[in-house]
Write a protein that binds this ligand. Structure first.
Ligand SMILES: Nc1nc2c(c(=O)[nH]1)N[C@H]1C(S)=C(S)[C@@H](COP(=O)(O)O)O[C@H]1N2
Ligand SMILES: [Mo]
Length: 361
């Protein structure tokens, strides 16, 4: 017997299993890779990653404080200020959680990671409209010695993570007020969330209420203990336990369930590839470890957002593997293996996607 649709109390939007994969925390839901229709990810299935329950903030009483040692005149903006005083910009950008594919990372090493058990769905692309951080920072008078900018959330744990001033001033670093043309949904950061293009999702702080501009480096849990690559291949940058993650490396996904069940008929295999701050320039595929072949990239191709790709396949019945590897405009191709890091971040090795082809499927 199937009961009524149950939604978690910790998040607001419905997270139906036809569209989303429950990562088991009550806070985190991935998009099902076989339920990605257009280029833009609809809000009804856009992945959710929250470390504390969605706060129910009221835009009418909300304000944004900008302060810190790197600021001459601290300032407070209201929600109306953001809409009225600044030019609105629209960017299409992908967000990917640094923990995406953590389960597959663990399987590759025969180990299990703590942390959210992500498959391939902690990634999505939206059209974000809002105000450039640069425009918000201009009136406060950034000091010549300012180095870092740190958005901070109004959630229960005051989530925060710094970025260098140069990244904060980039054209496409925005404080988003809308997502896919709608007022920002509660779970995605209403009334305002940062979008830090090309970086790990954790930089894109939701429910922002404060931005600190600092003349000194800032150390918080999210750049010392979490969202840090820790392991023998990553010399620690003290006081961080490893290397804080910034831009996301090139990787892709096949828009099929894992494992996939297909019919032995000519068909189109589709997917997406994303290269953080860089552009994906090529996607290759091979079947059953045969020769690599070019997949076709389909527009649009937007820097800082994923690109779709496809190829035709007429599979024989039986078990197969599909491998796909993307290359970015820096000439970096997805590797066969990725060095271990303790928290299971940034797994971007070539995946062997298991496929069974059956006449009856
Ligand atoms: N305030 C706050 N911002 C946050 C988070 C959070 O838990 N709290 N999670 C971060 C992480 S790890 C990711 S991957 C993205 C996810 O954004 P989404 O839930 O809108 O998909 O938000 C980031 N911003
Ligand atoms: Mo994340």
């Amino acid at each position: 017997m199937s009961g009524p649709l149950r939604t978690s109390e910790k998040v607001v939007k419905p997270t139906p299993p036809e569209l989303m994969e429950d990562a088991g925390t009550g806070l985190d839901y991935g998009t099902r890779p076989d339920r990605m229709p257009g280029y833009i990810t609809p809000i009804d299935r856009f992945f959710l990653r929250s470390h504390a329950p969605t706060p129910h903030l009221d835009a009418a009483s909300w304000s944004l404080r900008i302060e810190g040692s790197g600021v001459r005149e601290p300032l407070t903006y209201t929600y109306a200020d953001l809409w009225e005083r600044f030019p609105l910009v629209t960017v299409v950008r992908t967000l990917e959680c640094a923990g995406n594919r953590r389960v597959l990372f663990g399987e590759a090493y025969g180990r299990e990671f703590k942390g959210t058990q992500w498959g391939r769905g902690a990634i999505g692309t939206a059209e974000w409209t809002g105000v450039r951080l640069r425009d918000l920072l201009e009136p406060v008078g950034i000091t010549p010695g300012a180095r870092e900018v740190m958005p901070q959330a109004l959630d229960a744990i005051q989530t925060r993570r710094p970025m260098p001033l140069t990244k904060a001033l980039a054209d496409d670093t925005v404080l988003a007020l809308t997502m896919n043309g709608e007022t920002l949904p509660l779970d995605h950061g209403y009334p305002a969330r940062v979008v830090v293009s090309g970086w790990l999702g954790a930089a894109s702080i939701k429910w922002v209420g404060r931005i600190e501009v600092s003349e000194h480096p800032l150390y918080v849990p999210w750049n010392t203990e979490d969202y840090v690559l820790i392991g023998p291949d990553y010399p620690a940058q003290a006081p961080s336990l490893g290397v804080p993650i910034t831009a996301i490396p090139v990787a892709g996904l096949v828009e099929l369930p894992w494992p996939a069940l297909l019919r032995p008929v000519p068909q189109v295999v589709r997917g997406r590839a994303y290269a953080g701050e860089n552009r994906v320039t090529a996607v290759e595929y091979r079947i059953d470890e045969g020769p690599w072949q070019e997949a076709t990239l389909t527009p649009p191709e937007i820097q800082g957002a994923w690109v779709r790709w496809q190829f035709g396949w007429d599979p024989e019945p039986g078990d197969h593997t599909i491998q796909v590897r993307a290359t970015d405009d820096q000439g970096r191709t997805q590797p066969d293996t990725v060095p271990w890091n303790d928290l299971g971040y940034c797994y971007h090795a070539v995946l062997s996607h298991p496929v069974r082809v059956e006449p009856t499927a």
